[in-house]
Design a protein around this ligand. Structure first.
Ligand code: GYE
Length: 305
């Protein structure tokens, strides 16, 4: 074990574990697929899953983790809604001697660290996702576009990092200009409303960069309601890989979907087993994501959720 593990909660090796999964919200297909992946994995292994849904509230999510601590679960898997408000939950689990893994979203690295305060972060490289979206968009518009950006949940790691990856890439492409950027909270209806307002204020927009597929689907509805043709009047780059967005790509409305894989069950449960055996777990386990374009979307569609 690395020395940093010295003051980390230990996990006794057991046949089956009682495992808590603190979900953020369930208002989109990505979240539902993630929960399904956890439930299926628990069932497959015969582990008990204590599941909570914070319904979009970081405060409720902190309370959910506290209740898992009170129920003495063996391990907590936490998908932290925002980077800062969930820090107390991470620290209280550590204090209670319960190993905690961050699933899919991170917490502020200046306040809590993998291998010291929690065991590990398991998830995607969101900066890379933003970079890949930018790369595909720049190519599709020949280096020239006025972009509206729909940002994810304010204060969440995917929103922060997807914005950064995109911004970094377009620095070297002066023909690409982000003319408006606002949060649609990773939600379809909010995405529709925010896009509608931004597009009314900026009818010169020629592209959309959206931090997730649900907001993209909302924006497409707003474009069509305004009599515009997504994929022609506005070139769209999105992230996740939901069935609706994959279909929109197939239909030519979206030019690229960068994958963010929600199927965390196998990797998360494997990491728990490894930790229970006393083996070192890397503090950051990064999922490999694919890039979907019209070249490969037909292949992916059957597994889209
Ligand atoms: O992209 C989005 C979800 O945290 C990576 O959250 C996840 C993001 C995902 O609500 O659709």
């Amino acid at each position: 074990l690395r020395p940093a593990y010295a003051d980390m909660p230990k996990l006794k090796e057991k046949e089956t574990y009682k495992i808590g999964f603190a979900q953020t919200e369930s208002n989109n297909p990505w979240r539902l697929q993630q929960t399904k992946s956890m439930q299926e994995e628990a069932k497959k292994r015969g582990w008990q899953l204590v599941y909570t849904d914070a319904a979009g509230s970081a405060a409720k999510q902190v309370a959910d983790v506290r209740s898992m601590i009170a129920q003495k679960v063996d391990v907590i898997l936490l998908a932290p809604r925002e980077e800062r408000p969930l820090i107390p939950a991470v620290m209280e689990a550590k204090k209670a001697g319960i190993p905690l893994f961050l699933i899919d979203r991170g917490v502020d690295p200046s306040l809590a660290k993998g291998g010291e305060d929690y065991v590990a972060f398991i998830g995607s490289d969101f900066v890379e996702e933003g970079r890949l979206a930018a790369e595909a968009l720049v190519k599709a518009v020949d280096g020239k576009a006025k972009v509206i950006e729909l940002v994810g949940t304010v204060g969440s790691s995917p929103a922060n990092d997807r914005a950064k990856g995109f911004a970094d890439y377009i620095k070297d492409h002066p023909g690409i200009e982000v003319i408006a950027s606002q949060s649609g909270d990773f939600a379809r209806d909010k995405g529709r409303q925010v896009f509608e307002t931004l597009y009314q204020a900026h009818p010169e927009a020629t592209a959309l960069y959206s931090h997730n597929d649900e907001m993209t689907m909302g924006a497409i509805a707003a474009m069509e309601a305004a009599g515009k043709v997504p994929g022609k009047d506005l070139i769209i780059a999105s992230i996740d890989g939901t069935k609706d967005a994959a279909q929109a790509l197939q239909d030519g409305k979206v030019v690229v979907v960068v994958e963010c894989n929600p199927n965390f069950g196998p990797a998360a449960f494997d990491a728990v087993v490894k930790y229970g055996k006393g083996e070192a777990v890397a503090p950051r386990l990064v999922n490999k994501d694919r890039v979907f374009t019209k070249e490969n979307i037909a292949e992916y569609l059957p597994e889209a959720y």
